[in-house]
Write a new protein. Structure first.
Length: 214
């Protein structure tokens, strides 16, 4: 039986893309992923995640990645909630699969997982059963595998942004390096570049603060 795990990396950052990944495996291959050490990407260091990336691709029947850049997230957020955006992009990712998994496990950002799975079901053409759960990346190896591929892909995207914009930190609002970069950039340019999610409170509050200083 084919099963699919779906997860994302980069829901919360103010800088950079949100990356979605779907990994399809034979259910019998769950033990192989377990033996490799696959789990929630947040439980692994960067080097381990990078090493697992290729190993997961070897095990997977199919792996698909979809990145949504900061500019598009900013536009989406004018008319939709972040949960809506995730459901739309998850459905789009699933529909891009060649495989037809019988069960699809998704890490739920919604406080009501059944509502989230129904939202995806309404948007998705795949016939497989969609099960959204909290901590699915810990509870299902296919979702853990998807979380690793998504995280490695987002980290690589951040490194590419650093080549263009300098040291931006990890892009999360809690990162002091990111906060200082936002302040410096806006002070110098009086606007943020397209790599910043401009509707995030971290960005808007800093912009308002800097504007009051002028």
């Amino acid at each position: 039986m084919l099963i699919c795990g779906v997860d994302e990396s980069g829901r919360g950052p103010v800088i950079g893309p949100m990356v979605f990944c779907a990994v399809v495996i034979e259910k019998d291959d769950e033990d192989t992923l377990k033996d490799l050490g696959v789990t929630d990407s947040k439980m692994l260091d960067a080097k381990t995640r990078e090493c697992l990336f290729g190993e997961i691709e070897k095990v997977a029947e199919e792996a698909r990645i979809l990145a949504v850049n900061a500019k598009d997230i900013t536009e989406w957020m004018k008319t939709a909630s972040l949960n809506d955006v995730e459901a739309i992009k998850t459905a789009e990712l699933l529909d891009s699969l060649v495989c037809e998994p019988e069960e699809i496990y998704v890490d739920s950002p919604d406080t009501v997982p059944k509502r989230y799975s129904q939202n995806i079901r309404n948007l998705c053409k795949k016939r497989g059963r969609i099960i959204a759960e909290h901590k699915a990346d810990m509870n299902h190896l296919a979702v853990g595998a998807a979380s690793i591929l998504a995280k490695v892909t987002r980290d690589a995207a951040i490194e590419e942004l650093k080549k263009e914009y300098g040291e931006i930190g990890n892009g999360y609002p809690s990162d002091q390096v990111t906060q200082k970069w936002l302040d410096r950039w806006f002070k110098k340019n009086r606007s943020f570049p397209e790599c910043v999610r401009k509707r995030w409170s971290t960005a808007t509050s800093r912009a308002q603060l800097r504007l009051t200083e002028w």
